[in-house]
Write a new protein. Structure first.
Length: 303
């Protein structure tokens, strides 16, 4: 996971009243440190969830007792991606375990995607979004981070971008399930619009977002389903033009969304059939129709 605890904290030696919560937090942190140092990840996820619950209680206890005199001010030390995080801010103990947990859940949802389990992957994505929202909230309350702490995952915008990216992935998971169940074309088109907006907002918030890699894929899918809608509206020439212009694309990276890749790979056959039908029955000119909203339009429409 490339996140480690560098130094022990014994809360019972810091807080003036030797309460049970202090001992529980100390033991929990030591247990977490042992699992990280030993690279034993079998029980790490549950240990993190339990530790986060205790850390939240500890932080609330400290906040609710602002006049409490500590025996000394601790320094919390971690490493994240080989970068040392060293700070007296208690919030880091609530943030870094959550960051570690998001990395574990990220691996979980990626495995589900590779297996084609889109519903299960969507559940993991929802859980992941929740933790990123929690981290973002904690970071917004921690306003005096110094330059040493300028790691991507300690920035509120990074987590906001991540939430938007994950929401886009959820829309794609729903799209895959919809295709598998032969859901109506209009619903599928709306899902691609939502995914495109999420990915575009993610890139606009944090320029190195992974969402940028999926923007061309979603644009292609969006125009594919809109071409189907045009065909159902008897706009045959416009449908053919849109398929030719936007969907005859190669080298798109669909990642684990294999059902979406199969859909686009069928475009040449579909296009050929529609051209034949138009040339023999409808005789409509193949020309552009009213364009779809651009990603920027989608972003500004909700601003």
């Amino acid at each position: 996971m490339n996140i480690c605890i560098r130094a022990q904290i014994e809360y019972e030696k810091i807080l003036p009243d030797n309460c049970e919560l202090s001992l529980l937090c100390t033991r929990s942190r030591m247990s977490l440190q042992y699992l990280l140092d030993s690279h034993n990840h079998d029980h790490l996820k549950q240990r993190l969830i339990d530790h986060i619950s205790l850390s939240d209680k500890m932080l609330n206890y400290v906040i609710q007792n602002p006049t409490m005199m500590l025996k000394f001010q601790p320094t919390f030390e971690w490493t994240i991606d080989n970068k040392i995080i060293q700070t007296p801010c208690w919030r880091v103990e609530n943030i870094l375990p959550r960051i570690l947990l998001t990395r574990i859940i990220t691996q979980d949802y990626q495995e589900q995607l590779q297996n084609g389990s889109y519903k299960e992957s969507s559940k993991q994505l929802s859980q992941l979004i929740s933790y990123h929202e929690q981290i973002k909230h904690e970071l917004q309350l921690w306003r005096w981070k110094n330059d040493v702490l300028q790691h991507d995952e300690l920035q509120t915008d990074w987590h906001e971008s991540r939430v938007l990216y994950l929401e886009g992935l959820k829309h794609l998971c729903t799209l895959c399930v919809g295709l598998d169940r032969n859901v109506g074309t209009n619903t599928l088109f709306v899902l691609t619009q939502k995914a495109l907006k999420s990915f575009a907002c993610s890139v606009a918030t944090w320029r190195t977002s992974e969402a940028g890699q999926l923007l061309p894929v979603v644009e292609c899918l969006r125009h594919y389903f809109s071409a189907d809608l045009l065909w159902s509206q008897a706009k045959y020439g416009g449908s053919i033009y849109r398929l030719k212009t936007w969907c005859s694309v190669s080298n798109l990276d669909f990642g684990a969304f294999h059902i979406l890749q199969t859909t686009i790979e069928n475009v040449p056959f579909l296009l050929n059939e529609r051209i034949k039908l138009n040339n023999s029955v409808y005789y409509e000119p193949v020309e552009s129709t009213e364009p779809l909203l651009t990603p920027i339009d989608l972003i500004t429409a909700s601003a």
